[in-house]
Design a protein around this ligand. Structure first.
Ligand SMILES: Cc1cc2nc3c(=O)[nH]c(=O)nc-3n(C[C@H](O)[C@H](O)[C@H](O)COP(=O)(O)OP(=O)(O)OC[C@H]3O[C@@H](n4cnc5c(N)ncnc54)[C@H](O)[C@@H]3O)c2cc1C
Length: 508
């Protein structure tokens, strides 16, 4: 059922069992799981069914410390959320991503990769991916031309990606959601405050505003904040009428540990002879679109005390004209969104075997409490403080990229395949200095991290906010570390896990 919140009388009270705030990848995944249940689900979406610049303007904010994509176009504010222009790259996190690594401060998830595996398999279907197969050996068996480079598998291995069409969740799942009798989707319902009880032990209601000035109340037994990592933090921090530091923020953790993936050209590889490259180029291996990136095993990461990262091959040598993607974007949110929506995975890649490739790094960022989302003194049209981004790095971030390519160079030489030339910025002797060719992946993670100890995390292993009986967080905000790969498959898996938890344990 669909209701446009602008058509309701001012001050309407909306009541249900489960209330999900935000209809993006995480929120829609939970709603899909709850379809057909005897419980009433309220799905509140701030935007409508299409991108509107007036709604995007609510997301305007400053990137205070360093360049970043304009925040009003880096995430989308309408039904389907940022899947309205995501690129569809998917791969599960590695087992080491969940471990406590003594060389990565604040690392360690309270859950393991095997615990998430069944949910990954279900998430694969929601994102319209192929079989839940991410072992390169499976893809090699499908096609004799698909072969890995002959490197020592104890050091480097081909980490597989699959490519979603990309699923625009707002298009694909609109009818099922709107036609589900127990799911009540309210569009143009912007939650501006999550209101706790007097003792701040549970949530009592929500305040939801429409762009034309109405305000409604929403009451449910349980609430899930699924607004994306920037706006989950913003909403928790701005919900400060009874908890002065914001909800879940008794230990000053909400908004901290913001993480992205470093995406940057870092080296070039020169092969003695052209190698079979089908495994590493798009569309890759058979009917399902899949391809590998070069990755360092967990064992070698442990040995060299570095972060997890991968490298993909881009045909042709370094030109000296490499650019950051940040430079492509203007403050014109409409143009930015159109450009992204036109992009498809694999565009501009050359599958022809060559001998020289530029190496494109995708690497996790070490969790850093100083890297954070904070409220701005400036307010949006709804009267909500805007979100500002303070994106900050550590020395381990840059050192890890350098060591990765040094090891790759050693291994290419040992195998007699060729050599690797690192770019100057990796060898400048200053691990606090970053070149202006740095980009991020539009991957926002870590602002409401998961930890069993309330002093170290905002949510527990079930994504419940510590200290609040009925408030949960869905999305990459809960990641304690960001892994090397794109975040959406993992956040959908976690959302499905949360949907099951709520069904089986909380709302029975
Ligand atoms: C250009 C681009 C390319 C990308 N490519 C990839 C990729 O290849 N692979 C990958 O894994 N990831 C990719 N991503 C990231 C991916 O889009 C996100 O990880 C994913 O959409 C996050 O899901 P989410 O549900 O947490 O947030 P979102 O999808 O952003 O959804 C949040 C929803 O909450 C709503 N909302 C927010 N605040 C409120 C409020 N106060 N009240 C009511 N509703 C609210 C929003 O309108 C939105 O619908 C890309 C992102 C961009 C921008």
């Amino acid at each position: 059922m669909h209701i446009d919140a602008r058509t309701l009388d001012n001050g309407t009270l909306i009541e249900g069992d489960l209330c999900i705030i935000g209809a993006g990848a995480a929120g829609i995944s939970i709603a899909l799981e709850w379809m057909g249940s005897p419980r009433k689900v309220i799905l509140l979406e701030g935007g409508g069914f299409n991108v509107e610049m007036q709604m995007q303007a609510l997301y305007h904010g400053e990137s205070v410390d360093r360049p970043y994509y304009p925040l009003q176009s880096a995430v989308l504010h309408y039904f389907g959320g940022t899947t309205g222009h995501w690129a569809g790259y998917c791969s599960p996190f590695d087992p080491i991503d969940f471990e406590k690594r003594d060389w990565v401060p604040h690392s360690g998830w309270p859950i393991t990769r095997p615990q998430l595996d069944p949910f990954y398999a279900r998430a694969n279907k929601i994102l319209e991916l192929g079989p839940y197969e991410y072992d390169a050996a499976y893809w090699e068996r499908q096609d004799p031309d698909v072969r890995r480079l002959p490197l020592d598998g104890r050091a480097f291995y081909p980490k597989m990606w699959q490519f979603s069409p990309p699923t625009r969740m707002g298009n694909v799942y609109r009818d099922p959601i709107v036609n589900a009798p127990n799911v009540h989707l309210y569009t143009y319902a912007n939650v501006v405050e999550i209101v706790p009880n007097n003792g701040v032990t549970a949530i009592e209601s929500l305040r939801a505003k429409t762009i034309d000035g109405k305000e409604h109340r929403v009451r449910a037994r349980h609430y899930v904040a699924a607004c994306g990592a920037i706006h989950n933090a913003r909403l928790l921090l701005a919900s400060n009428s009874r908890a002065t530091r914001g909800l879940g923020n008794g230990n000053d953790l909400v908004g901290r540990f913001f993480m992205e993936h470093f995406e940057i050209i870092a080296a070039q590889t020169v092969f003695e002879t052209a190698q079979p490259f089908k495994l590493y180029t798009l569309p890759g291996a058979g009917p399902t679109r899949a391809r590998a990136e070069m990755a360092l095993t967990g064992e070698r990461q442990r040995q060299h005390r570095i972060l997890n990262g991968t490298a993909s091959f881009q045909g042709g040598p370094l030109t000296g004209k490499e650019q950051s993607r940040f430079a492509w974007f203007s403050d014109d949110a409409e143009a930015n969104v159109k450009e992204r929506q036109a992009q498809r995975p694999g565009a501009n890649r050359s599958p022809a075997p060559q001998t020289v490739y530029r190496m494109f790094t995708r690497q996790e960022q070490a969790p850093n409490p100083e890297s954070r989302i904070m409220l701005s003194p400036e307010k949006d049209q709804m009267g909500m403080p805007r979100a500002n981004l303070h994106w900050r790095f550590t020395k381990l971030d840059k050192r890890s990229i350098r060591v990765f390519y040094q090891l790759l160079g050693q291994e290419m030489g040992r195998a007699g395949l060729g050599r690797v030339q690192l770019m100057d910025w990796l060898l400048d002797g200053d691990d606090d200095a970053w070149p202006n060719i740095l980009s991020g992946g539009w991957h926002h993670m870590g602002t409401a991290r998961m930890h069993e100890d309330p002093k170290q995390g905002v949510v527990d292993r079930n994504c419940k906010v510590h200290g609040l009986a009925n408030l949960f967080v869905a999305g990459a905000a809960v990641y304690p570390t960001g892994g090397a790969v794109n975040p959406t498959l993992t956040l959908v898996a976690l959302a499905l896990r949360l949907a099951d938890h709520l069904k089986n344990r909380v709302l029975v």
